[in-house]
Design a protein around this ligand. Structure first.
Ligand code: CA
Ligand code: CA
Ligand code: CA
Ligand code: CA
Ligand code: CA
Ligand code: CA
Length: 365
């Protein structure tokens, strides 16, 4: 009996030592200002948002959200759904501004479409999407999953970035095929050791971040040719509780800002310095006027001022469990929106509403 107790004590001690966290997460609460209309499909359906800034009237900007069982939904800045598209089972979505197509500069939205098993591409104009795929872009991985885009400020080239359930990563250069459509060519393939979904590119510094859901977050040169990896964080490191999900970047005019990562396992969002990638603090979205977030997949943030309602931009997060205080049952999943000044105040972060994502600049080497 005594031997067993001693062994147990030693085992416990070893466990405690092995799992000791080097730096405990510091989490500050905020509450959402609004929530979007729930997505059309029940169960695990809402996944990944993207924020589109209107070219001339920022109040007509839109929040796009993927319903991974059906397609893409579009919401106005009050969270009301304006239109939805049954484009297929699009898991993650992203967008970029000013793509050269047919002699014009257009805004484009892309997604990992698991119905057609291709990268789906659309133009977005006045909040409406139109398919512009030329030859199908079929990733070489058996199960495509994460998706993001990169617009190089060095070469003005546009790329689609796709990740697979087997840790695959592929980068496709997108180009006008001469017939008003967009084609893509594979320019880089990489392989991580486990399942990858979250991807984000820092267009100004020219970096891509990729997250293994139960592994590490990696940073590398967004220009194809240099695959050197730098580790930013790891699952169970005290800041990130797996799954590690969506990632997004807050830009400031002095080249600073933040990398934000969804730590799905404890429903928090970890904030890192954009340049040094040092961990700062975390936040969680608690119940306020609307319910809080739980088990978040994708996130996005915009620092640019979007009119009187959102003078300092906002952060948007998928909510895995959407409830309502008036009714004791679940609604379909949706997206929660938090004004940036709330997050900035809670975590003592910068507020800079002057970087228009349509006009970025080259920074770094
Ligand atoms: Ca989910
Ligand atoms: Ca996204
Ligand atoms: Ca995931
Ligand atoms: Ca996801
Ligand atoms: Ca919720
Ligand atoms: Ca709700």
């Amino acid at each position: 009996m005594r031997v067993t107790t001693t062994l147990l004590a030693i085992a416990l001690l070893l466990c405690t030592t092995a799992f000791a966290t080097p730096m405990p997460q510091k989490t500050f609460p905020v509450t959402a200002d609004i929530e979007t209309t729930p997505v059309h499909n029940s169960g695990d359906a809402a996944d990944d948002p993207a924020i589109w800034v209107h070219p001339t009237d920022v109040t007509k900007s839109r929040i796009l959200g993927s319903d991974k069982q059906e397609g893409i939904e579009v919401y106005d800045l009050d969270g009301n759904r304006t239109v939805s598209y049954d484009f297929g089972k699009i898991n993650n979505i992203d967008l970029r501004y000013g793509f050269p197509l047919g002699g014009k500069r257009v805004d484009i939205v892309g997604g990992s479409n698991r119905t057609s098993w291709e990268i789906s591409l659309y133009t977005i104009e006045e909040g409406r999407l139109r398919n512009v795929n030329g030859a199908p872009i079929n990733p070489k991985m058996p199960k495509m999953y994460g998706f993001s885009m990169y617009h190089s400020q060095r070469t003005d080239k546009y790329y689609a970035l796709i990740a697979g359930k087997g840790g695959e990563f592929e980068q496709y250069e997108l180009y006008d095929n001469g017939q008003g459509k967009i084609d893509g060519k594979l320019v880089r393939s990489m392989k991580f050791s486990s399942m990858t979904e979250g991807i984000v590119a820092d267009d100004e510094y020219g970096f891509i971040y990729v997250a293994e859901e139960r592994g590490s977050v990696w940073k590398f040169n967004a220009e194809p040719g240099d695959d050197t990896l730098t580790k930013i964080g790891t699952a169970w490191d005290g800041m990130l509780t797996p799954d590690i999900e969506g990632m997004t970047i807050y830009y400031t005019s002095d080249g600073g800002g933040y990398l934000i990562i969804s730590s799905q396992g404890n429903s928090t969002y970890a904030v890192y310095d954009r340049v040094t990638n040092k961990y700062i603090n975390s936040f969680e979205i608690n119940k306020g006027i609307v319910d809080g977030t739980f088990d978040t997949d994708g996130i996005d943030v915009v620092s640019f001022g979007l009119g009187d309602k959102w003078p300092n931009g906002f952060f948007v997060a998928q909510d895995g469990v959407n409830t309502d205080k008036r009714f004791p049952f679940l609604f379909n999943q949706n997206f929660k929106v938090v004004s940036w000044e709330k997050i900035a105040k809670a975590l003592n972060l910068k507020i800079d509403n002057s970087v228009n994502p349509r006009h970025l600049q080259k920074r770094g080497e």
